[in-house]
Design a protein around this ligand. Structure first.
Ligand code: PYC
Length: 344
């Protein structure tokens, strides 16, 4: 598999640009289901150790069902599959530019949770216009095992978030272990209390919010991702969920800007427009940079060829024989000229 790595505010993204499985035609939610049920070993091989690193989000380029879109995408991490991913969409934008598929300007992208757009500008700046986002529940108090109860909001920003101001320590990197332990306990508490997103969806992202450190920023966050890693960037979908809560509370007007700091100090500039049915449409700007253009090797004799399981040391199962040989490149995309393409 040919891959291109990038980072967005410190958060890594790995895009499979060719050599991935052909998932056939269909909506991106159908293709995500196909990847999940038939080719999960691809996800594990690409993002789990020993090839992957903590926090890494992988992406498989697919042919879009909507011809207006430049590509379709399925995002995933060490724990499973994502609906949307803001930082990874910025990484994808610079990756597609790198392989010659796009130039500067606005492009549509099909994801399993809807069509989004991104605008690639000079200086590696990318603005993502996300799916309509909304606050789902306000002021939910949950029991948290080992901690005092916490109160927060449930919101959708392309993934489901629980956002709370009740962090037990400052939102700084020296407390990252404490914040991770606490956020994991909050996620357990939500599951134990039966608090979910819409349609009973699991809330798999926890966002702890606080005051910005920089005087010219508006807020800071710590975001726990589904795989237990913290987001090194301010989290595009998490910033979208935050905007939805600010808008619902009347604390940020449409068109006004909000500067979101991450736990590492990296930043996104954000604003929103009114969306359908009381939702908002967030616009999030960050910068992304390509860090590597390479090819993954899966050796048959390597017991960890398909990644290590969530418990360190466990080899992930190999794919069934019939699925090992996959077509080179996603249909449609692989046929397009890639100039100037990556030299592998
Ligand atoms: O930027 O939306 C995001 C994101 C989700 C998980 C990690 N990053």
């Amino acid at each position: 598999m040919h891959i291109i790595d990038s980072h967005t505010g410190g958060e890594p993204t790995r895009v499979i640009v060719s050599g991935g499985p052909a998932l056939g035609p269909g909506s991106l939610s159908r293709l995500r289901e196909c990847l999940r049920t038939r080719f999960d070993w691809v996800r594990r091989s690409v993002v789990c150790e020993p090839r992957g690193t903590e926090g890494l989000v992988g992406a498989l380029l697919c042919a879009p069902a909507d011809p207006a879109c430049v590509a379709g995408i399925v995002y995933f991490n060490r724990a499973g599959y994502l609906g949307m991913c803001g930082h990874a969409t910025m990484g994808l934008a610079v990756t597609l530019q790198r392989i010659g598929l796009i130039g500067p300007g606005r492009h549509l992208l099909e994801t399993p949770v809807g069509v989004v757009s991104f605008e690639l500008a000079d200086g590696n700046a990318v603005t993502v216009e996300n799916v309509p986002s909304r606050r789902f529940r306000k002021g939910v108090t949950v029991e948290v095992p080992g901690f005092a109860p916490v109160t927060g909001d449930v919101a959708w920003g392309g993934n489901w978030f629980f956002l709370s101001n009740d962090a037990p320590c400052p939102l700084t990197l020296e407390f990252v272990d404490e914040l991770t332990t606490f956020a994991k306990a909050v996620r357990t508490g939500l599951a134990q209390s039966g608090v979910t997103g819409g349609d009973g969806a699991e809330i798999d992202h926890i966002e702890l919010c606080g005051r910005a450190e920089a005087s010219d920023a508006d807020g800071r966050n710590f975001v726990l991702c589904p795989d237990g890693a913290y987001d090194r960037s301010p989290c595009g979908t998490g910033t979208s969920a935050k905007l939805a809560c600010l808008a619902a509370d009347g604390l940020l007007a449409a068109g006004k800007s909000w500067t979101q700091e991450s736990i590492t100090g990296s930043r996104f500039e954000a604003s929103y427009e009114e969306g359908p049915d009381g939702s908002i449409v967030p616009r999030i700007t960050g910068t992304a940079f390509v860090t590597s253009v390479s090819r993954l090797v899966l050796e048959e004799s390597d017991p960890l060829a398909y990644g290590m399981g969530p418990i360190a040391g466990q080899g992930c199962p190999a794919p069934p024989e019939s699925l090992k040989r996959v077509r080179s490149g996603p249909p449609g995309l692989s046929a397009r000229p890639a100039s100037p393409g990556p030299s592998f």
